[in-house]
Write a protein that binds this ligand. Structure first.
Ligand code: TMP
Ligand code: ASP
Length: 235
């Protein structure tokens, strides 16, 4: 399968058409941004980590019955995926308080939440991805009631699968962001699952093994991505 015309270049990946209208090729870059593009940098090897890790996570979820856009890994940075139309929502699950949740509610980072939370943000860089609730999503026709129910159920199930998997490799899944797409009328998991889109803390030391090292200038960014790769058994 070959890349044809580039459809879209985002902050962390490029998307290409292929001969098959149902399939796209994603090419993961090393470019990193934070704070809605305000902070820019490069994380050497990040594209490889995010590509290979996402594919492993999607394969694992598929085995557990979660439909995803993953089709086939082509190379270290390139993957064939289904051509979905993205539901314009960032779907965020939290198991432990951190980041914007801690800031918004004045809760210390690291406080275990009594139950996982679900948040939706509208995917709109110009507006800074504002939070949006179920009623607002339905009122704006961003998803149907049925789609929203599917997304909600699937997301909590994905959280359970991922949380349990990461615990087996000594990683606490603090929170993560996923995105969904529509493919021939069905809601499927899309985008990526990587240290860019999840918070991973070492279970014992609570060391951060994710993009927060870049966002917060903590150093050891590449090392953190490499450590996660090693723990998930890639490399
Ligand atoms: P937050 O605490 O900054 O809201 O982030 C929650 C989770 O979402 C965290 O795992 C990082 C991820 N995330 C993204 O994937 N993309 C984004 O643009 C932001 C702000 C967060
Ligand atoms: N990548 C996102 C941006 O630049 C934010 C983040 O991951 O923190 O907006």
């Amino acid at each position: 399968m070959e890349k044809k015309e580039m459809l879209y270049e985002g902050k962390a990946k490029k998307v290409f058409k292929t001969d098959d209208p149902d399939l796209f090729i994603i090419d993961y870059k090393d470019d990193a941004t934070a704070f809605n593009g305000l902070k820019k940098g490069t994380i050497a090897g990040k594209g490889v980590v995010n590509n290979r890790m996402s594919n492993l996570m999607f394969s694992m979820l598929e085995k557990e019955g979660v439909p995803t856009h993953f089709v086939k890994e082509l190379s270290d940075r390139e993957t064939v995926v289904k051509n979905v139309s993205i539901v314009p929502l960032e779907v965020i699950v939290r198991n432990t308080a951190a980041g914007s949740f801690s800031k918004r509610f004045g809760v210390e980072e690291g406080r275990k939440l009594s139950s996982p939370t679900l948040e939706f943000c509208l995917k709109d860089d110009a507006l800074g991805d504002p939070m949006i609730n179920d009623y607002q999503i339905l009122a704006l026709d961003l998803a149907t009631k049925e789609e929203l129910d599917t997304i909600t159920k699937m997301t909590f199930r994905i959280n359970e699968i991922l949380k349990n998997f990461f615990l087996t490799i000594g990683v606490d899944l603090i929170d993560f962001k996923i995105e969904y797409g529509r493919f021939h009328g069905q809601i499927i998991l899309a985008d990526e699952i990587s240290p860019d889109t999840c918070r991973f803390w070492d279970v014992n030391t609570h060391e951060k093994l994710d993009k927060d090292r870049f966002r917060r200038d903590l150093g050891g960014v590449e090392e953190a991505y490499a450590e996660i790769m090693k723990r998930i058994g890639l490399n």
